[in-house]
Structures are given as C-alpha cells and as structure tokens.
Design a protein around this ligand. Structure first.
Ligand code: NAD
Length: 269
C-alpha cells in the first residue's frame, strides 16, 4: 500500500514520523508523496487540516488517520505511544473507511474573472478586510432570507461543528448527517436591523448564497487558510459531492470524542 506521513514539523512529531517510516521499511508499504492511499498526520487537528488540503484533489483515493502530539484532537485521535500499534494495523491493511461531509465553496466575482472553487473540512468564514461591519444578503435555495449585519458568517461541516462553530454558539452535529450549518459572528440586532439569530442547519439539497451589499473586498478563511478576494459578487456554500475518508482501526464514536474533549477525558474524574 502507498502511504505518506505529514508531520507538524516540531521535534516530537518529526521523531514519531521517522520511527513510523523505519517500521514501514522492508514491508509491503511504499512511501509515495504524490498518490498515497493512506495519509498519516502527526501533530494536531491543524496538521490533519493541512494534510487534507494537500491531497484534496484525490479524496476518493485517499484515507486519513491522525496521531496527536499535543492534546486530544478531533481528527488526530491516536496517541504517540500507540503509533507502533497503528503502523502494524496499517501494514495489516484491515480498516474501515468512515466518510464525513465537506463544504463546497464557490466565490463569484463582479469582473470577468472566473469563479474560484474551494473545499473545507471544518468551516468557511466570510468577513470584511478591515473588521468593519459585513453587510450581506443571505439567500437560501435561491430565496432571499435576511440582510445580515455583523462581524461575519461561518459555514461549518458537521465534523467542523466542534471547532470555530462551537465557539459561536452553533450546534454540534453528528458527521453522519449530510448538512452544513450557518452561524452568525456577532450580528447587529436591534429595532432597525434584524437577523434570525439562531444557527441554521441546511440539508445536502439546499444551498446558501451570500451577497455582500457594500463591500467588494472579502476575507474568507477556509479551515486554517485566510485569503483576500477582490471584487466579490457572491459566495455560494453547499454540501460537497466529495467526502473525506478516514481510516478507522477501532471505534471512537463522535459523541465520545465530544465527551472526552469538552467534558472530561477521565484523567481528573
Ligand atoms: P490550531 O491547529 O491551533 O487549531 C485551533 C484549535 O481548534 C485546536 O485546539 C484544534 O484542536 C481545534 N480544532 C480544529 N479542528 C477541530 C474540530 N474539527 N473540532 C474540535 N476542535 C478542533 O489552528 P489552525 O491550524 O489554524 O486550525 C484552524 C481551525 O481553528 C479552524 O478550522 C477553526 O475551526 C479553529 N478556530 C477556532 C476558533 C475558536 O474556537 N474561537 C477561532 C478560530 C479558528
């Protein structure tokens, strides 16, 4: 099987990566940085986000698994001392594939420029370039829904619902649900300006179009990457056709990960 290991780059992650590569030598495993079938990220959730974007052009042929060298991650759920066991399991080649939904993002421009296409594993946010109020029309499935005024909007996947979305008061959504969630970032709500105020969960056959009213330059953040877009006409968000595939060697249910990350991991019970 072809594999690649993506490290966070710190000393601990690099040495785990080197040990894993040594263990793979003289086995059926072939290191392949271009077309790996399995990608092991060593670091944190941010490292897995990087690995995902590195191989986002071949998601149907790639499975991901994460080792965390810091605190428990949502995507990186193997401990450093379990890495030998993980490599044995990978060499055995027996694993289930769990698929999670992603967001498809299309940025449309006012000028001749072609729309740009993006994909997110956690979330995509939309803000102004200078932190001024974003004024934007939100339409759902082609129908005007509201005019938003505030810091920005966040559209997250179910597996990203435990990240930035959670800090914004969004719901935690089980990743078996093919949906996206639209959450407000500090909306202005008074007698004059009104938004729904609650996070909206959209099914896979709905899409959300956000059209800035005054601003043309928009900052988008897609997972860990922030980009400035000039002359933006609108941005469309929907559940992507592609999915991320995780290699699962043992059960680690989503709600247990939520419990262990946010309630208690048992160490201080
Ligand atoms: P990072 O790797 O330092 O990640 C920031 C924190 O988010 C880490 O603690 C990480 O474990 C956690 N995280 C990432 N994905 C998660 C997920 N799906 N569920 C639960 N926790 C998750 O920083 P980065 O590499 O820049 O990561 C970018 C991510 O950071 C973004 O996708 C966003 O979700 C998150 N973020 C969170 C906040 C917030 O909670 N207020 C603000 C900005 C960004």
């Amino acid at each position: 099987m072809r594999y690649n290991i993506v490290s966070k780059g710190d000393h601990k992650s690099n040495s785990i990566k080197e040990n894993m590569e040594t263990q793979m030598q003289n086995t059926e495993m072939i290191k392949d940085t271009e077309t790996p079938e399995i990608v092991i990220s060593v670091g944190g959730d941010g490292t897995l986000l990087e690995a995902f974007h590195k191989y986002s052009y071949r998601l149907a042929e790639t499975a991901f698994v994460g080792v965390h060298t810091g605190h428990l991650g949502f995507y990186a759920d193997w401990l450093p001392h379990e890495s030998d066991k993980l490599i044995e399991e990978i060499i055995d080649g027996e694993y289930d594939v769990i698929k999670y939904p992603l967001i498809d993002i299309t940025v449309n421009y006012n000028d001749e420029k072609n729309p740009s296409q993006h994909i997110a594993l956690n979330e995509a946010t939309m803000k102004t370039e200078d932190n001024t109020t974003l004024v934007a029309d939100v339409s759902l499935r082609g129908k005007h829904f509201e005019r938003f005024r505030g810091d920005g909007l966040c559209i997250s996947t179910p597996s990203g619902s435990t990240a930035y979305n959670k800090a914004l008061g969004g719901a935690l959504i089980h990743p078996s649900l093919r949906a996206i969630q639209l959450t407000e970032i500090a909306s202005i709500n008074n007698r004059v300006f009104r938004t729904v105020g609650s996070p909206l969960v959209l099914p896979a056959h709905h899409y959300c179009l956000i059209t800035p009213v005054d601003q043309r330059t928009i900052m988008t953040s897609i997972d860990h990457v922030t980009t400035k877009h000039h002359n933006v006409k609108s941005i469309e968000y929907k559940v992507a056709k592609e999915e991320i595939r995780f290699a699962r060697f043992r059960p680690f249910p989503f709600w247990k990960r939520v419990h262990d990350s946010f309630i208690s991991d048992g160490r201080d019970d």
